[in-house]
Write a protein that binds this ligand. Sequence first.
Ligand code: NAD
Length: 329
Amino acid sequence: MSDVNKILVCGGGGFIGSHLIRRLKTEGFWVRGVDLKLPEHETTCADDFVIGDLRDQKFCEQVFDTKYYQVYQLAADMGGAGYIFTGENDADVMYNSALINLNILNLCRETKVERIFYSSSACIYPAHNQEDPSNPLCSEESAYPANPDSEYGWEKLFSERLYLSFMRNYGLQVRIARFHNVFGTESTWLGGKEKAPSALCRKVAEAKDGGEIEIWGDGKQTRSFLFIDECLEGVRRLMENNWEGPVNIGSEEMISINDLAKMIIEISGKKISIKNILGPTGVRGRNSDNKLISEKLGWKPNYPLRKGIEKTYDWVLEQVRQNSTSAFI
Ligand code: NAD
């Protein structure tokens, strides 16, 4: 096997990582995944999968026992609003993710990996630019002066700078995407780390016809949501492109959380009312700005939100059914 075929996906047991492994396999690469766990919902497509803790330097050295052509660094301690905005997990989020990035990046340098992908987040953008739900500012250059709304965002910003400094000082080829709310099938839908689309799909799937679901905040907060297939398309295009700066990979189809819930309710065919309650929500408005990606990659996401939500709802509904069946066994 020549080096040009070998790819490592860190976080390969997670939502985006497991989908990415499948995509890379269809492109003909030899892929090794590494994670604390195997993918939860499907058998991994990886040629090799190593279970272990990427905070552990010795373990990381074992993972780099071969020369990789590309490394995709997606491993992070993260979750939805219930995990990153309560403040209760701040120390873990910062410490765990920073350690992973320090370990992986240094080994990429030592083993002369040709190109490394780092998954940053829209959470790096300044909170003060995202107070107006109908007009948030998330263009790439607006990241500074920095003021992320969470420690998760600060760690991502630190790590972006870490990767960029390795590019400047050691000549390592780095590509950075700032993901905006990626969703789809096989994502976490239960347990506290699930994000809005899967959480809302679960609430609607579990609700009785004529029932009610609870939504955190007043529901007027806005976001855009990117379907997983388009996220992967963007990642692969970015990795094959010469542009070296961080790029948004997100949808520009902004929607309020209440309207997202209404869309899911309509897809379910049930009659369900919405009750807005107090809860962690993050910034008031956020939307991807796709000027830079269009300019540099000649491509931007355009898959309709509704289509992605239909696929995701069907999948979550199936999980809810299986879960409730197994509860009675
Ligand atoms: P995920 O939680 O499903 O995947 C992350 C994976 O990292 C998990 O499988 C987890 O087990 C693994 N991991 C965590 N700590 C580890 C450790 N110490 N050692 C080994 N593995 C470890 O999340 P995801 O949605 O697939 O996100 C992938 C990346 O994209 C993350 O870096 C995340 O911050 C970033 N991102 C995601 C979104 C999104 O909407 N999903 C948005 C912005 C950024």
